[in-house]
Design a protein around this ligand. Structure first.
Ligand code: B16
Ligand code: MG
Length: 215
């Protein structure tokens, strides 16, 4: 029986996936890397900042030292964080507040499981901060998705066994992490049709509407 839902952040709760794309694209252009596309960005979903940087740098014909890579990751994060200044409740994806209230009315707990180190800032700016029983993010982890660590920490903070948790994810890395962690995996958005997911649906809003039919 599902006792908790662990929500991914970027691309599931909030539209920040688009802001990540814009910031990486700006960095790529600054480095003279042309042709950084949405297909490249799809490989950055759910994975850490440094792993995302590698996706950009593999399109370059020069090598970068570890020190240069750290500076580039920081440069991208500065661009990204600046773009978060305009973030508000309007950037929360459709159906999110309703879905969280719905599961809570059924006694099911809600947590966040995100690779992003900017999770606290994003939750605060979007009015989502007080909606969760636990938050696990890139600030808590040493390994990133597809390692299950971020979801296992969320389950631990909730005090619920992994097998009682359902993860909602928009990335292949996140779906794999949920399954490796022994959790139920729901694929939405960009991860729709992921063969590793237990169920797959276009959006959280569609999932909420489907649940309400049987409520
Ligand atoms: P940051 P999620 C992930 O968030 C993003 O999908 C991924 O593109 C990003 O690289 C990662 O967070 C790290 O984010 O640079 O803000 O620490 O989808 O796991 O909520
Ligand atoms: Mg995501």
């Amino acid at each position: 029986m599902i006792k908790a839902v662990i929500f991914d952040l970027d691309g599931v709760l909030v539209t920040t996936d688009e802001l990540h794309f814009a910031a990486w694209k700006a960095l790529a252009e600054r480095l003279g890397i042309s042709g950084f596309t949405r297909a490249d960005n799809a490989r950055q979903r759910g994975v850490s900042r440094m792993a995302s940087l590698e996706v950009v740098l593999e399109k370059s014909d020069r090598e970068f030292s570890d020190k240069e890579k750290s500076a580039l990751a920081e440069e991208k994060n500065d661009i990204y964080v600046k773009s978060l200044s305009a973030l508000s409740r309007a950037d929360v994806l459709p159906g999110v507040f309703e879905f969280i209230d719905y599961i809570k009315s059924k006694g099911i707990k809600a947590a966040v499981g995100s690779a992003s180190k900017n999770t606290p800032l994003i939750l605060e700016k979007t009015g989502l901060a007080d909606k969760f029983d636990a938050v696990s993010c890139g600030l808590d982890t040493t390994r990133s998705k597809p390692d299950p660590e971020v979801f296992l920490i969320a389950a631990q903070k909730l005090g619920i066994d992994p097998c009682g948790c359902a993860v909602i994810e928009d990335s292949a890395a996140g779906i794999e992490a949920a399954k490796t962690g022994g959790m139920y995996a729901v694929a939405v958005g960009a991860a729709e049709h992921d063969p590793k997911a237990d169920i797959s649906i276009g959006s959280l809003e569609s999932l909420y509407k489907a649940l309400k039919i049987f409520a």
